[in-house]
Structures are given as structure tokens and as C-alpha cells.
Design a protein around this ligand. Structure first.
Ligand code: G
Ligand code: G
Ligand code: MN
Ligand code: NA
Length: 254
């Protein structure tokens, strides 16, 4: 409960910041996108992981306010990078169940992004399998709305939820992110290799791009390349970093 109260004031006190982790093309090695990851620096506890405070935010309903702030923050960052002459890559924002389930969510985030004055295709949205299960039938309609508004959608943590394949084919996703738990031992565990292989084949058949998460070693990268994953994220290339470092991975518009 203390955490909830602290979180309530964290926004106002400027304790939340966005970090960014590059998404890299497997074939060219170029940075082709980024994922925005929220960070909370608590005055007493120190760094608190979003894995710990996002559930608190969900529980208390604070997630809607925080979610709006994250979107606004990322949109503003893109506007700044654009004005500084950088070539823009899409930045992905993680959504949580409760946020996505809000009334008029698609309209709301469109207006946040439009008010900042950037195109919606500068922002990508990551949704997890499990949140789609929780929301039910209406979620596809909201996804279609977001898609039509120009946001690319990405299915996060794939393989950890229980989405049925019949449902998967209905989803208007541009990409699928293979959870890091399948990547970790890919070079030693044949089951993981088979799972990543099957997932990539499935995703490609549904015309989705495949992103491998949690790539930490060259051996893992070699495996996911052989399995035709298009992009990867992970410590091998770069950890999530503050804006001042993230910007060094962007190209200048010539
Ligand atoms: O960055 P890692 O850095 O520790 O993130 C931990 C978890 O928190 C991940 O599941 C990630 O998707 C989630 N997360 C990070 N930032 C955000 C955010 O801005 N909003 C939501 N809803 N989840 C986030
Ligand atoms: O759940 P989601 O995929 O949105 O969150 C991504 C999480 O993975 C974040 O916590 C991020 O900090 C973490 N992460 C990113 N790259 C790596 C990596 O190479 N290894 C590990 N162990 N975690 C990573
Ligand atoms: Mn994510
Ligand atoms: Na993920």
C-alpha cells in the first residue's frame, strides 16, 4: 500500500523516466526500432522494476494515468528526435490489460499522439497474449481501430500465454515477439530451438515479422538468424538505456 501511495506521487515528483532498448535487424545489424521501458527511481528504495510496480498500478487503476504519461513522453521524445534531424524509427510502447480495456482507448491514444504533432506510425504498441485472453471478443475490434489509426501492433511475450491458433490468425499484428525464455537456451536445448522454429514458421505464414527477445550471445544470434527471425533485442547489442544514450543509436537524416 505504501508502494501504491508512493507511485501515486511518483509522476508528479518526476521519479519516472523512460528507457529505450534498440531493436536490431538480424540481416543488416541496423537499428530499426526501439522499445520504451518505464523506470522508477524511488527516493528510499532506489530502483523499482516495472515488473513489481506495474501490477500495483494495474490493481489501483493508476495504470491509466501512467499509461497516458508514457505515451505522451514517448511521442514527445520522437518529436524532439525528429526536430533534431534524426531518422525516426518506430518506438514501441507496452500496454497493460486495464489500459487497453478502457472505454474509447483507441480514440484517446490517437489524440495524445496527434496533440504532440507526430504521425501515429512513429509509435508501435506491444500487447501480450495473456491480456488478449483477459479482454475477450472486444479486443479484436479495438486492435482493428488502432491499426486503422496507423499504429503498428506487436504481440509481446509470445509463447507464455495461451492464445489459440484460431484466434491468432484473427489478430491484426504486424509482428510477433518470441519470449526470452525460449531464446535463453536455444543453442543447447533442442526443444527451445524447435519452439522458436515453429513459431517463426507460423508467424511468417500469417505475414507477421518475428522479433527474438533477450539475445545475449553471438551463439543465440546465430541460431535465430538460421531460424529466419527478422529482428532481435537483447544485451548482446544494448541494454535498455536512457534517452541520452539511445540517441547515439539513431542515424542523422542526410
Ligand atoms: O524493462 P523490464 O525492464 O524490466 O520490464 C519489465 C516488465 O515491465 C516487462 O514485462 C515490460 O513489458 C513491462 N513494462 C515496462 N515498461 C512498461 C510500460 O511503460 N507500461 C507497461 N504496461 N508495462 C511496462
Ligand atoms: O515483457 P517485455 O518483453 O516487454 O519486457 C522486456 C524485458 O526484457 C525488460 O525487462 C528488459 O529489460 C528485459 N531484457 C531486454 N533484453 C534482455 C536480455 O538480453 N536479457 C535479459 N535477461 N533481459 C532482457
Ligand atoms: Mn515488451
Ligand atoms: Na516481451
Amino acid at each position: 500500500l505504501q508502494l501504491e501511495n508512493d507511485l501515486r506521487s511518483a509522476l508528479a515528483k518526476g521519479q519516472l523516466t523512460m528507457y529505450y532498448q534498440p531493436k536490431v535487424s538480424v540481416s543488416s545489424g541496423e537499428v530499426v526500432g526501439m522499445e520504451a521501458l518505464l523506470r522508477w527511481s524511488h527516493p528510499q528504495i532506489g530502483f523499482v522494476s516495472p515488473a513489481d510496480f506495474i501490477p500495483v498500478a494495474e490493481e489501483s487503476g493508476l495504470i491509466n494515468e501512467i499509461g497516458d504519461w508514457v505515451l505522451h513522453q514517448v511521442a514527445m521524445q520522437q518529436r524532439i528526435w525528429l526536430s533534431q534531424g534524426y531518422r525516426i524509427v518506430p518506438v514501441a510502447v507496452n500496454l497493460s490489460v486495464r489500459q487497453f480495456g478502457q472505454k474509447n482507448f483507441a480514440e484517446k491514444i490517437q489524440s495524445i499522439v496527434r496533440n504532440v504533432g507526430i504521425p501515429t506510425h512513429f509509435i508501435e504498441l506491444e500487447l501480450t497474449e495473456s491480456m488478449l485472453m483477459d479482454i475477450g471478443g472486444d479486443s479484436i475490434r479495438v486492435m482493428d481501430q488502432l491499426n486503422e489509426a496507423g499504429f503498428d501492433l506487436s504481440l509481446d511475450d509470445f509463447g507464455t500465454g495461451y492464445s489459440s491458433l484460431s484466434r491468432l490468425k484473427l489478430l491484426p499484428m504486424k509482428s510477433l515477439k518470441i519470449d526470452q525464455s525460449f531464446v535463453r537456451d536455444i543453442d543447447t536445448d533442442e526443444n527451445d530451438e524447435a519452439i522458436v522454429n515453429a513459431t517463426a514458421v507460423l508467424a511468417h505464414a500469417m505475414e507477421m515479422k518475428v522479433i527474438a527477445e533477450g539475445v545475449e550471445t553471438q551463439a543465440q544470434l546465430d541460431f535465430i538468424r538460421d531460424l529466419h527471425c527478422e529482428e532481435y533485442q537483447g544485451y548482446l547489442f544494448c541494454r535498455p538505456v536512457p534517452e541520452s544514450i539511445a540517441v547515439t543509436y539513431l542515424q542523422r537524416e542526410s
